[in-house]
Ligand binder design. Structure first.
Ligand code: UDP
Length: 484
């Protein structure tokens, strides 16, 4: 069946990019915008951006001269990055704004011929398809979570398996759900929404809606590379046949830059503190564990202290990102106001460095970094894989619970510390990562790093997938079925 809106003769392809306005997705979509803008002068690119993100990244128009930016409000005032509690209301306000404007993008001189939207925006996707605009979702979550979410998570909600019954042993392997057999997953490894006790929560409903509607699009971009995913992509293809595995997008974008310009460009919503690079320069090779829990995960004061003791007692050098807004219920997170035990302050002076935000890709690529204590966000995980850095995983929710299991038991490039936040365990596991099991993890991590580099090189799997995506956009090969 053909699209409702046939491309007019000599119509120029025009793509709309719609990221979720959070640090990880913004980063991915900007890398994609860069890759698309290198592809052809005859491709119009419009980046639908949240006004607060644009305020925080004022250099975007000069860094992306070929991209047009179109701004939308998310209904929240100020330009501070948005707290997780506001996520669901922010998404629904934002998507209503975008939906209202969609018809504008069908007007001449360059009517939209394709929408690439974050997978969370299925309502925008549906409206675009009704208007005859083909939709490709770019779910910046990990494919292992997308697979779990599309294949069996909604069924677990429908059958009442979720919310989990009191006393259920979440460490048991899952064996009795079709599609899960033979995987390494346990109940505790399922996507974060499975841990809810309240299925009426708007965020849970938003994610379930996304799981059900994702397969309807004309294509799906995944931030991964074929060699990493093995047979999982075949499973996903049985649901979403037109997959473009173009990742890791940050490496892909970096590799396509001319050699003289191959520096990491920052899309950070927080101010980067580059003093950490000077500190790393003074540390021995692979001696430092880098600690960061991403842009969203909160820490309680108790968790902060457990991590701090674990790190100091391990005797390992550490570089720790502590976002100023990351401590639950605490406004002033300066150490002087927190009444931290003196042995922690001394241990930090001796072997540690704490900053508010770092240029993470650069930190992970630094020769002094030998391990990464991470919340297992997908971007952080890919950035670590690209640099061959083994991980100690402390996942918090969303896709992180699935990813950490894959890191520990499928790719075997680190340790999954899931659900434990105890100073003794942290101390032992940091030592394991940095000393005891260092060689076994490093060897596998380095192999994956090489394979990621191969994937984005000319002729590699991600390079070919990107080429196909660009050709499909340029020659307007997507078709919206009439019955959508
Ligand atoms: N990041 C950074 N500096 C920091 C901490 C994080 O640039 O100090 C970046 C990191 O490189 C990654 C993103 O923030 O690209 C976090 O994305 P991820 O998917 O790992 O986690 P999220 O923040 O979405 O939970």
């Amino acid at each position: 069946m053909r699209s409702q809106r046939e491309p007019q003769q000599h119509q120029q392809p025009s793509v709309l990019l719609l990221p979720l306005p959070l640090q990880g997705p913004i980063n991915c979509f900007l890398k994609l915008a860069h890759l698309l803008s290198l592809s052809s002068d005859h491709l119009n690119i419009t980046f639908l951006n949240a006004a607060f993100v644009h305020q925080r990244l004022p250099d975007l128009p000069s860094r992306f001269p070929r991209v047009k930016f179109s701004l939308f409000s998310d209904g929240i005032s100020g330009d501070d990055p948005r707290p997780p509690a506001k996520f669901a209301s922010m998404v629904s306000f934002y998507e209503a704004e975008v939906i209202r404007s969609l018809p504008e993008f069908l007007k001449s001189p360059a009517p939209a011929t394709c929408l690439i939207a974050d997978g969370v925006f299925t309502a925008v996707g549906e409206r675009a398809m009704e208007l005859g605009i083909p939709v490709v979702y770019f779910s910046t979550l990990s494919p292992c979570c997308i697979w779990a979410s599309c294949f069996f998570v909604p069924k677990l909600f429908d059958s009442g398996e979720v919310p989990f019954k009191k006393g259920k042993d979440l460490n048991e392997p899952i064996s009795d759900i079709p599609g899960v057999e033979g995987t390494a997953l346990r109940w505790c490894d399922l996507p974060g929404i499975c841990r809810t006790q309240d299925i009426t929560n708007p965020y849970i409903q938003l994610v379930l809606e996304e799981c059900r509607k994702l397969p309807k699009a004309q294509g799906h971009i995944l931030n991964t590379f074929d060699d990493l995913e093995g047979t999982l992509l075949d499973k996903l293809r049985s649901l979403c046949p037109n997959l473009y595995t173009i990742g890791p997008v940050h490496l892909h974008s970096r590799t396509r830059q001319p050699e003289s310009e191959q520096r990491v460009t920052s899309n950070s919503l927080w101010q980067e503190d580059r003093s950490c690079i000077t500190w790393l320069d003074a540390q021995p090779s692979e001696s430092v564990i880098f600690v960061s829990f991403g842009s969203v995960v909160p820490l309680t004061m108790d968790q902060l202290i457990e991590f701090w003791y674990g790190l100091v007692n391990s005797g390992t050098r550490f570089l720790w990102v502590r976002r100023p807004d990351s401590l639950v219920g605490i406004e002033d997170s300066e150490d002087s106001s927190l009444q931290v035990p003196t042995e922690l302050l001394k241990g930090t002076r001796d072997r540690g460095f704490i900053v508010k935000w770092v240029p993470q890709e650069e930190v992970l690529a630094h020769g002094a970094v030998g391990g990464f204590l991470t919340h297992s966000g997908w971007n952080s995980t890919l950035e670590s894989i690209v640099e061959g850095v083994p991980m100690l995983c402390w996942p918090n929710g969303i896709d992180q619970l699935v990813i950490s299991r894959f890191v520990g038991d499928v790719w075997k490039i680190g340790i999954d510390m899931k659900d434990i936040c105890d100073r003794v365990v942290i101390e032992v596991m940091v030592r394991d990562l940095m000393e005891g099991r260092r060689n076994e993890f490093s060897q596998r991590a380095n192999r994956l790093s090489k394979s990621a580099a191969q994937a984005v090189r000319e002729g590699g799997s991600s390079w070919l997938a990107l080429h196909r995506l660009i050709e499909d956009i340029k020659f307007m090969r997507f078709e919206v079925p009439n019955d959508t």
